[in-house]
Ligand binder design. Structure first.
Ligand code: IFM
Length: 445
């Protein structure tokens, strides 16, 4: 079977600043919460930090050349807030902005569409010291920072993403504490999520005030929730998890406010929601960024225990090194659901990819058939949704390079290009060679 995409479809790759840039103390960059967190003993596997990462801050020309060789038409990267505003707000660090300015120019010259994300988790530490995302003022600081970046890049950048994966920021950063800033404060969860969404709305307005023809979106990580059985308790649990992870973000962005079921479950009094906030959050977006990695099979603890485990959904599921189920049909289901239930104007798969225990490079090659199969399966699923009318504008592989995988440090490799972290050599994996062919043919076969 050959699945062909329409002309103009964005074939691309994605990265984020803290995961690849390194140079964390160079050219006036301020400290981020991930610098502080990764330097705190015991927080990141192996004591890894983003101090050097892929050294992209110095090797960005080489990395743009890799993208040219791959033939990608779009590159999603993130801008490090503490490079632009080392103190979170106020004085602008020109050298920080210059870096992204040069990168954007090089991308445009290479015919690659720049897709900046304004927040991919590297909050200036100074803002966290003032309360972080639990405070409303952080949302306003984000809008100020956004206006500065849009003012500098908006003459060349048309497509913007505001915030990456607010669920992860809230849940892993402030509720469970396994991501920066490492706070274990379940009670502040709803406030954090609300301020992130408010920040998205304010930033969307800020970009549009500066960039006349801007196209703006937010990036959500969405996990379809499948009940483990048809037992009503499993079905109810799957529905609740869908509310807490997916609808908590989708509904307010779509203008429906927070789902009541979730508000009740969390016993949230909505004190942080001020008049006008929900309207700001619902400022229409031009596209939704969809990060899809897995589905979740949800079993209710009231029905299942060690003696009565939930039934297996299908025999022999495959899991990635992150312990995430490989389930390509979930991407099709998700895109169809979004289009049916929410009707956002357009969608881009802003991240999709997998960590597998790759072998070391040999003879200038890395053999990674599992990743090829993963990408192929998901591209076919995305294509199916597209061919049934879902307005899908593009697909971006996570990630261009092996990089700093947050709490797992460098132990999980998502790249289609292998990075040797001792000497920074980049080596093409078979998945990159395969993706180059897909792009060149404009079709998955
Ligand atoms: O590496 C992350 C990325 O930063 C956000 N989305 C999921 C990826 C894999 O965990």
């Amino acid at each position: 079977m050959t699945a062909r995409v329409p002309e103009g479809f964005w074939w691309g790759v994605a990265t984020s600043a803290y995961q690849i840039e390194g140079a964390t103390t160079e050219d006036g960059r301020g400290e981020s919460i991930w610098d502080r967190f990764s330097h705190t003993p015991g927080k990141v596997l192996g004591g890894d930090t983003g101090d050097v990462a892929c050294d992209h801050y110095h090797r960005w020309r080489e990395d743009v050349a890799l993208m040219v060789e791959l033939g990608v038409g779009a590159y999603r990267f993130s801008i490090a807030w503490p490079r632009v505003l080392p103190e979170g707000r106020g004085a602008v660090n020109r050298r920080g902005l210059d870096f992204y300015d040069r990168l954007v120019d090089a991308l445009l010259e290479a015919g690659i569409r720049p897709l900046p994300t304004l927040y991919h988790w590297d909050l200036p530490q100074v803002l966290e010291d003032g309360g972080g995302w639990a405070r409303r003022s952080t949302a306003h600081a984000f809008a100020e920072y956004t206006a500065i970046v849009a003012d500098r890049l908006g003459d060349r950048v048309r497509d913007w993403f505001t915030i990456n994966e607010p669920w992860v920021v809230t849940q892993l950063g402030y509720v469970l504490g396994i991501h920066a800033p490492g706070r274990v404060e379940p009670d502040v969860g709803p406030a954090v999520a609300h301020h992130l969404l408010l920040a998205h709305g304010l930033a969307t307005e800020a970009i549009r005030a500066v960039v006349r023809d801007a196209r703006v979106g937010i990036v959500l990580n969405l996990d379809p929730m499948q009940p483990a059985s048809l037992h009503p308790a499993d079905v109810a649990e799957a529905r609740l998890q869908d509310v807490l992870m997916n609808r908590w973000y989708l509904d307010p962005i779509a203008g429906r406010g927070y789902p009541e079921e979730g508000v009740e479950f969390l016993t949230w009094d909505r004190a942080e929601v001020r008049p006008g906030d929900l309207e700001t959050i619902a400022t229409p977006i031009d596209r939704l960024g969809v990060n899809y990695y897995r589905r979740q099979v949800v079993a209710s603890p009231s029905v299942h225990d060690a003696d009565r485990p939930p039934p297996r959904i299908r025999p022999g599921p495959i899991f990635t090194e992150m312990d995430w189920e490989v389930y390509p049909p979930g991407l099709y289901d998700l895109l169809r659901r979004l289009d049916c239930d929410y009707h956002f104007p357009a969608y881009v798969v802003t991240e999709n990819g997998a960590a597998f225990p790759d072998p070391s490079p040999e003879g200038g090659r890395v053999v990674d058939p599992d990743r090829v199969a993963f990408l192929r399966g998901h591209l076919l699923a995305a294509h199916r949704a597209l061919s049934e009318g879902v307005p899908l504008e593009g697909y971006l592989v996570w990630s261009l390079l092996d990089n700093f995988e947050w709490g797992f440090g460098y132990s999980r490799r998502f790249g289609i290009i292998h990075v040797d972290f001792t000497d920074q050599t980049r080596t093409w994996k078979d998945s990159a060679v395969w993706y180059r062919r897909v792009i060149a043919e404009g079709a998955v076969s």
